[in-house]
Design a protein around this ligand. Structure first.
Ligand code: NAD
Length: 492
């Protein structure tokens, strides 16, 4: 019997699988082999309008927004439970489409389950307030959903980054339209079918696989769109912000990063080395919050780089579905070429190669987009490889002399997403954490986050934030009602 995970992979509009208006289908590839994995219907601008229409109707006519929140909480809990029951199937589909090791995909889908549970718990606690005002007046606020919210997602954590914003939007009573990344739409389509099975009203969640420029822009231009949440590159994020500004739409932008990891002389070197390896080689470095710049105290540089090099060279590369694989391929052949271009440029700029820097040579890996974990040292701070987001398993190493120098180097970037610090000294930890221009700081930890903690970028890394109790506010508006209590008073 077919499950939500199986082909065909169509658009999901108004509770139904539908082919795109042009009838076009495109293959998505398995990045471990570059062979077609599935055919996916391609949405058009007309489909975008149909999805906005379906979402708007569901918002106005179903009880989703009107109910007191308890029913939304139950529906989202049911959805979380259904996803948990299908976790293995979703994880396999994610791995085959995106490439990451199965262990990581299981973690990602588990994170989606937890995110749904977390925001389900908030759905019936979205309260207004009474506000003291002078005279015979009552003033109160009502928290209302916005209407139809648009969500545009990237390919590196395909389902996780789609649902990270959709969960609070749905909990708040909105209807959502999602455009997943063209390279990795499969789990989002399957998820929409699961939402139907969990009893979400038809049209409350719609999914449109398709090109960003056509479908994404048509969604933002649609008069029914009430907010845009975009996760992707800073370049496209800027463009989205401009489109949204023309329509005066609120935006949440989760963008790129170039995270520093600063290692002070008193750090626990073994733990730091493991976390540094995880922070740049997990998901083959295709992470917005990758700790891609290692800034290490000059006294530790030799031993720490040696430990990280040993980790890099010991990682087992292979197709993510195979047992024991620790690093999968990059998402596409184009992306592999782009990353190799950065490595070549770093070397031409004077950087030296400590590890990797080339495609994996094993014959079994040749057809896929496998890059050996790469460490570069002494790349000049002006090089594009140090300044721009590479989005691959490439670590750049530099050293510092004192805390002042470390902070200066860490902040010498257009981005500000996540920074990591390694020290046993409390005063250093807290004082340096304050000085880092970064939306998130981890101390003596690899990059880690939870649905209950804010995920926030500053500078070119974003606008607004996701996760945490407060994230739901981005999907609510506050209406103020002021009542004069004296006017209707009659003398008896
Ligand atoms: P991308 O910017 O190329 O695309 C992201 C999404 O936007 C895709 O769905 C794409 O189809 C769509 N898009 C492209 N052009 C569009 C347009 N003109 N109008 C509307 N939509 C459009 O990013 P990507 O390559 O998919 O993902 C990698 C990037 O995402 C990296 O820069 C990474 O740092 C960033 N990212 C950020 C976070 C975060 O939380 N800060 C998380 C993950 C990834």
């Amino acid at each position: 019997m077919a499950t939500v995970l199986d082909a065909p992979y169509d658009l999901f509009i108004g509770g139904k699988d539908v082919p795109g208006a042009r009838g076009e289908r495109r293959p998505v590839l398995d990045p471990a082999t570059n062979q077609p994995l599935a055919q996916v219907s391609v949405a058009t601008a007309d489909d975008a309008r149909a999805a906005m229409e379906a979402a708007d109707r569901a918002f106005r006519e179903s009880n989703w927004a009107q109910d007191d929140g308890a029913r939304r909480a139950k529906a989202l809990q049911r959805l979380a439970a259904l996803l948990e029951a299908s976790l293995e199937g979703f994880a396999r589909l994610e791995t085959r489409n995106m490439g990451k090791p199965l262990r990581e995909s299981r973690g990602d889908i588990g994170y989606v389950v937890r995110t749904l549970e977390y925001f389900a718990g908030l759905a019936d606690k979205l309260e207004g307030a009474t506000v003291p005002v002078p005279g015979p007046r009552l003033d109160y606020t009502i928290a209302e959903p916005l209407g139809v919210t648009v969500h545009i997602a990237p390919w590196n954590y395909p389902l996780l980054l789609s649902i990270r914003s959709i969960a609070p939007a749905l909990a708040a009573g909105n209807a959502a339209v999602l455009k997943p990344a063209s390279l990795t739409p499969l789990t989002a389509i399957a998820f929409a079918r699961l939402a139907r099975d969990a009893g979400l009203p038809e049209g409350i969640l719609n999914v449109l696989p398709g090109a960003g420029a056509e479908v994404g822009e048509a969604l933002i231009a649609d008069p029914r769109c009430r907010s845009v949440t975009f996760t992707g590159s800073s370049e496209v994020g800027r463009h989205i912000a401009e489109l949204a500004a023309r329509r005066l739409l609120p935006v949440t932008l989760e963008l790129g990063g170039k995270g520093p990891v600063v290692v002070f002389p008193d750090a626990d070197l073994d733990r730091a080395a493991r976390a540094i390896g995880y922070g740049i080689f997990q998901n083959a470095g295709q992470m917005c919050w990758a700790a891609s710049r290692l800034i290490v105290h000059e006294s530790l540089r030799g031993p720490l780089v040696e430990k990280v090099r040993a980790i890099a060279e010991g990682l087992k590369l292979g197709p993510g579905v195979e047992d024991g694989v620790e690093m999968g391929p990059l998402v596409s052949a184009d992306h592999l070429d782009r990353v190799l271009g950065f490595v070549a440029e770093a070397r031409a700029d004077g950087g030296s190669l400590v590890a990797g820097g080339e495609r994996a040579s094993a014959p079994a890996l040749a057809p896929g987009n496998f890059l050996r974990p790469t460490i570069l040292a002494d790349v000049p701070a002006s090089s594009r490889a140090v300044r721009e987001e590479i989005f691959g398993p490439v670590l750049a190493v530099s050293s510092f002399t004192d805390a002042e120098d470390a902070v200066r180097q860490a902040n010498d970037t257009a981005y500000g997403l996540l920074a990591a610090l390694w020290t046993r000294d409390l005063a250093t930890a807290h004082s340096v954490a304050r000085r880092l221009e970064s939306g998130m700081v981890v101390v003596n930890e690899a990059p880690i986050s939870y649905p209950q903690t804010p995920f926030a970028g500053i500078k070119a890394s974003g606008v607004g934030f996701e996760q945490s109790r407060q994230a739901v506010e981005a999907y609510l508006r506050r209406k103020n009602v002021l009542v004069h209590l004296g006017a209707g008073k009659r003398k008896s």
